[in-house]
Design a protein around this ligand. Structure first.
Ligand SMILES: NC(=O)c1ccc[n+]([C@@H]2O[C@H](COP(=O)([O-])OP(=O)(O)OC[C@H]3O[C@@H](n4cnc5c(N)ncnc54)[C@H](O)[C@@H]3O)[C@@H](O)[C@H]2O)c1
Length: 255
């Protein structure tokens, strides 16, 4: 039986845990060949083992998305190992220090770090992925934004600003390359329980309950639900969809 991504080469940043890892395994189950990247070798190897257990091929590349030289290595690894790059999920991101620190108290070093990873990382990833996709004559990119890229939140100015920025960057690249067969979209998840939100919210039972209650569906979003949206946006089923910032948020941004 043919699978949705049979033979396609998919690059995922920040695949050593959380939504990135779940999405890598979801692509693997659909027949893709994976290039998984992140900063932590051991965790990336765990992701790779899960990809192989799903019956797919993969390669792990350790690197930092805020460094152009590392991002070029990630894209080169796709081409050198599998000969192409069809899809990319630019997922790597950080919360930017402690949650709910207001702007007047927000640390300048944390601002620089969160901009470097969440926004410059997405720009650099798109830059080198698109160069390869132009050579091949097309491709599909999904960038990781957040509900914090669609509405105002008090999570932290760095996070909100960069996640709004990801949507702006997504729309710009979508317009620039639509005629060349490269689609660029973004996903905007509600709260998913991962290492990042464990640090930010779930250490505090009251805060965890408040975050959960913000979702009209009455529960958190799962990483599998985000992965399903990423796979759809990456697939030929979404062939007329580009420049979209798709909420996967249980209705959080509706009211
Ligand atoms: N969990 C949520 O509720 C939620 C909601 C909306 C958006 N997001 C976004 O989803 C993405 C994934 O987060 P997650 O929740 O799965 O948390 P996570 O911490 O499990 O995953 C983030 C991944 O990015 C990697 N990473 C961080 N900095 C990096 C860098 N400089 N270079 C390469 N990799 C780097 C981390 O090592 C990690 O594997 C993030 O961009 C986050 O902002 C998460």
């Amino acid at each position: 039986m043919t699978k949705r991504f049979d033979g396609q080469v998919v690059l995922i940043t920040g695949a050593s845990s959380g939504i990135g890892r779940t999405t890598a395994v979801a692509f693997a189950r659909e027949g893709a060949r994976l290039v998984v990247t992140g900063r932590r070798r051991e965790q990336l190897d765990d992701t790779l083992a899960q990809i192989q257990a799903a019956g797919a091929e993969g390669v792990a590349v350790v690197g930092d998305v805020s460094q152009a030289v590392d991002v070029r290595r990630m894209v080169d690894a796709a081409v050198n190992t599998f000969g192409a790059l069809h899809c990319a999920f630019n997922n790597a991101g950080i919360e930017g220090g402690k949650a709910f620190v207001p702007t007047a108290d927000y640390d300048e070093d944390i601002w620089d770090e969160v901009v470097a990873i969440n926004l410059t990382g997405v720009f650099l990833s798109m830059k080198y992925e698109i160069r390869q996709m132009l050579v091949q004559g097309g491709g599909a990119i999904v960038n990781m934004s957040s509900v914090a890229g669609l509405i105002g939140t008090r999570i932290g100015i760095g996070y909100g600003a960069t996640k709004h920025g990801v949507i702006g960057a997504t729309k710009a690249a979508a317009m620039e390359y639509a005629a060349q067969g490269i689609r660029v979209n973004a996903v905007c998840p509600g709260v998913v329980r991962t290492e990042m939100t464990e640090r930010a919210f779930f250490h505090d039972a009251q805060l965890a309950a408040a975050m959960t209650a913000r979702h009209p569906i009455g529960r958190l979003v799962t990483s599998e639900e985000v992965a399903a949206a990423v796979l759809w946006l990456s697939s030929s089923d979404a062939s007329a969809t580009t420049g979209l910032a798709l909420p996967v948020d249980g209705g959080l941004t509706v009211p």
